[in-house]
Design a protein around this ligand. Sequence first.
Ligand code: IMP
Length: 189
Amino acid sequence: MDLVFATNNQHKLEEIQALLGDTIKVLSLKDINCTDDIPETGTTLEANALQKSDYIYSRYKISCFADDTGLEIEALDGEPGVYSARYAGTDKDAEANMQKVLEKLEGVKNRNARFRTVISLIMDGKEFQFEGYVDGEILKEKSGSEGFGYDPIFKPEGFDVSFAEMDLEEKNKISHRGRAVVKLIEFLR
Ligand code: IMP
């Protein structure tokens, strides 16, 4: 079976193909000659994930899935949430995004936060969603250099280190995306 992953992130694609084995072949947007900038105008992770999977399904009529992730900070009423990539501006600058979070939380005691991923799968015209999340807290300053995005300021619950101080394998075992992908894979099997 072929399944399109509506992403331009080659790293995510390889990760999922490795987890799925030979029975399901994951195709990239490039594989189906899609060079469109797929719109993400939803106000929730669920809406955005569906918007992306539906964009591909309605045009190519091929089973596909898409993911959307956000960092939800309790003291900021769930910000940056669905706007995580562009929190500090349109250029998706991770350093500026982290700086904005640290400034907003200056002097704030409640540092609780959650990373949440929603995967939307469309098969034979029917949609299925899978959610994965990890709870943790926002550190007072950056720590570590692995990973990407908000990793240096996020410390998962039960650990003494930030995501940016973990290797990829360790992070994937407990991460929001890792957990959502496990649910997708169990469903596909
Ligand atoms: P996306 O939906 O996977 O593109 O994620 C949206 C934004 O959330 C990214 O641009 C990052 O800023 C942030 N993000 C997503 N996943 C992670 C993660 O695993 N660690 C840190 N930041 C992340």
